[in-house]
Design a protein around this ligand. Structure first.
Ligand code: CMC
Length: 432
């Protein structure tokens, strides 16, 4: 807390209230309104939480005006260029980059928790073959609380750590099982001799009848996407995990809530929606028609993969993914190149359009990620699942931070009630 204050004046009564102001390491100050209702009988009103900080956090910082993203203080560009997903996961969970021994031990723990109970495979068989993989993944992650009774005490830091390693290790296995079920192919068990991303590729694409060669470039591209998707401070799904977890619900339930929130097209579901949109646009000459639709207030269509609540400048993740798109398409064959060309052309048109300029709408993380996933052979319905694998690390880091916070309380927003005033019950025979 600083000695700065913020004064609010009630224009009706003339009464003023001085509110304490808190200053973080970076970013705007926050006005602490915690005592406002108790002392002044008034709530604040901020639908969509546009001006609301819901917690203190040490994990991730975004400067949306400048297009800056830091994990634990490290710029995303440095982590993307020099680190790997497992090291970034350690950083997000534990706050510091690991020593060589710490990294080896963490990596080994994640590797040795990748198998899922055989009972889960029967769950997948209960889903229809065309069930959306996000439905399967959220259901199966939520049901994990029924299997791991040995480590469910959220007040025990050792239990919390076991949960963290388990869920980060197992979510790719669950995702792969959902994928294999939708393909009608046999489930492929995890392999402990492979790194995290190579193991994901192997579980997705190998089949029992022939050897599968893992492409190092595919593993590198996946690793980059996972680093970039790992955390993004208090986004919709992370806030959902925190809110669900704040009741003391078991952490698998909280993560399952996060998976469900991520699925929406305004959030992680946008990567799937981008590919659908590019397919619908079809070719460069149709771009103006779709841009006009996105600008039309009477048309619900939006340019998917454009705009962001926080970034009012380039999303630094989109820039890194666009570079990787060039590399992947150049080295892995160009059957997806026309789609990439279309996306580049759409970006160019939108960035020169007054509507997008005035509203600061730039490509976001989801605009180009689907093109890489498609080049790796991952179908559109799996795109948001890939996002969920990576974001599980962020969800877990935030859940751990929230549970360990001694000042933590159940999340419970208030409202502006606009319904009927007090009235008396009327018997059904007397109703008009
Ligand atoms: N296409 C056309 N117009 C847009 C778009 C878009 N993609 N995004 C925002 N706008 C307009 C919107 O109509 C509004 O105009 P006006 O002020 O005239 O009413 C203005 O820009 C502000 O939009 P908003 O909906 O109030 O902004 P928000 O901060 O509530 O929403 C967003 C942010 C990401 C949900 C939104 O930009 C959007 O729907 N984008 C498309 C979906 C998408 O790509 N989502 C992925 C986000 S990044 C990854 C993630 O979060 O998982």
């Amino acid at each position: 807390m600083t000695n700065k204050t913020f004064t609010l004046t009630n224009n009706t009564t003339g009464a003023s209230v001085e509110l304490p102001v808190k200053t973080g390491t970076l970013g705007p100050d926050v006005v602490d309104i915690g005592a406002l209702y108790k002392q002044h009988n008034v709530f604040t009103f901020d639908p969509g939480f546009v001006s609301t900080g819901s917690c203190e956090s040490d994990i991730t910082f975004i400067d949306g005006e400048k297009g800056v993203l830091l994990y634990r203080g490290y710029p995303i560009e440095q982590l993307a260029g020099r680190s790997n997903f497992i090291e970034v996961a350690y950083l997000l969970l534990y706050g510091e980059l690991p020593s060589a021994d710490e990294l080896a031990s963490f990596s080994s723990s994640i590797t040795h928790h990748t198998m899922i109970n055989e009972g889960f495979l029967r769950f997948f068989n209960g889903f229809h073959y065309n069930a959306h993989p996000m439905a399967m993944v959220s259901g199966v992650i939520g049901s994990m609380s029924a299997f791991y009774h040995d480590s469910m005490n959220i007040n025990d830091p050792v239990h919390r750590e076991i949960f963290a390693h388990r869920v980060i290790a197992k979510i790719p296995t669950v995702a792969a099982a959902a994928f294999k079920h939708s393909m009608g192919q046999p489930f492929i068990y995890p392999r402990n001799d492979l790194d995290y991303c190579s193991n994901v590729l192997n579980m997705f694409f190998s089949v029992p009848c022939e050897p599968y060669k893992i492409s190092p470039l595919a593993a590198e591209a996946l690793d980059l996407l996972f680093i970039l998707h790992a955390d993004h401070e208090q986004n919709c799904s992370t806030s959902t995990v925190r809110l669900a977890g704040s009741s003391g619900a078991n952490p698998y339930a909280a993560i399952a809530a996060g998976v469900s929130a991520l699925w929406g097209p305004a959030h992680g579901g946008a990567n799937e929606a981008v590919l659908k949109m590019l397919n619908a646009i079809g070719s460069v000459e149709n771009i103006p028609k779709f841009v006009a639709r996105a600008k039309d207030k009477d048309d619900p269509f939006r340019l998917m993969g454009f705009g962001h609540r926080v970034y009012k400048n380039f999303d630094p993740r989109a820039t890194l993914i666009r570079e990787m798109c060039h590399k992947v398409l150049k080295e892995m064959g160009d059957s997806n190149a026309p789609l990439f060309e279309l996306a580049l052309a759409l970006e160019e048109v939108a960035l020169q359009d007054d509507y997008f300029i005035e509203k600061n709408l730039y490509p976001n993380v989801d605009f180009y990620s689907g093109i890489i996933y498609r080049a790796l052979g991952i179908p559109e319905s799996m795109f948001t699942v890939m996002f969920a694998i990576a974001r599980t690390v962020g969800w877990v880091a935030h859940w751990l931070e929230m549970i360990a916070d001694p000042a933590g309380r159940i999340g419970r927003p208030r409202q502006l009630y606009t319904g009927a005033p007090l009235r008396d019950y009327v018997s059904v025979d007397d109703r008009k």
